[in-house]
Design a protein around this ligand. Structure first.
Ligand code: ZN
Length: 202
């Protein structure tokens, strides 16, 4: 599967000069919601991810996604795996399980995001599930930003990766972009101004 081409075809791999939530600048931005706006593409991606998880022999009762980014990918993955789907959300910045969702003791839960950058939100969702008695069996995302190590990938995770190394992480591919400090950003030096994705309707 050519994940990059699927993102390009869906106008989900944006090129420009972006201010990321981390405060850094980048020439590229991934907008996974654009890939997932076509349910057929979402199904195709989720089916490929489910195949990886099944082939690894991981049993999953429930998919849990941190809202908002992971919802569509997680829901489609749950459908492909025949699993239940729940989500966590932030309340006053704290990740919580609400809306009457419950976790059984030792329920096998896999956390699904759209993109894993450092995996911070995915880890917070996992901690919520564990506190309620669930068992985390792995992590999944459509794409990895190159900081974490995909299952069976022959490399070490970078220091920024927050996902636990004793759990498998499944993803369909890597998008590794250079990220710049504003003070040394070559795009800024060329005279353009970084825009925050979303501020112009994207
Ligand atoms: Zn810049």
């Amino acid at each position: 599967m050519d994940l990059r081409q699927i993102y390009i075809d869906a106008n989900a791999l944006l090129e420009g000069h972006f201010l990321l939530s981390s405060g850094k600048h980048s020439k590229y931005y991934l907008q996974s919601a654009k890939v997932l706006e076509d349910p057929k593409t979402a199904e195709l991606l989720a089916t490929a991810l489910a195949k990886m998880i099944n082939e690894a022999g991981i049993e999953v009762d429930t998919i849990c996604s941190p809202a908002l980014g992971g919802l569509l990918a997680g829901y489609e993955l749950a459908r492909a795996l025949g699993a239940r789907f729940i989500f966590t959300e932030r309340v006053n910045k704290t990740m919580t399980l609400r809306r009457g969702f419950e976790i059984e003791k030792d329920e096998k839960v896999l956390i699904c995001e759209d993109i894993i950058t450092t995996g911070g939100s995915a880890l917070e969702a996992a901690e919520v599930i564990q506190k309620l008695g669930g068992k985390i069996v792995g992590f999944a995302a459509l794409a990895n930003r190159g900081f974490c190590k995909i299952y069976k990938e022959n490399k070490e995770p970078k220091a920024q990766c927050k996902l636990p190394t004793d759990k498998p992480f499944f993803a369909l591919g890597n998008f590794e972009f250079e990220i710049y400090d504003p003070s040394s950003c070559p795009l800024c030096k060329d005279g353009s101004k970084a825009i925050k994705p979303g501020s112009r309707g994207n």
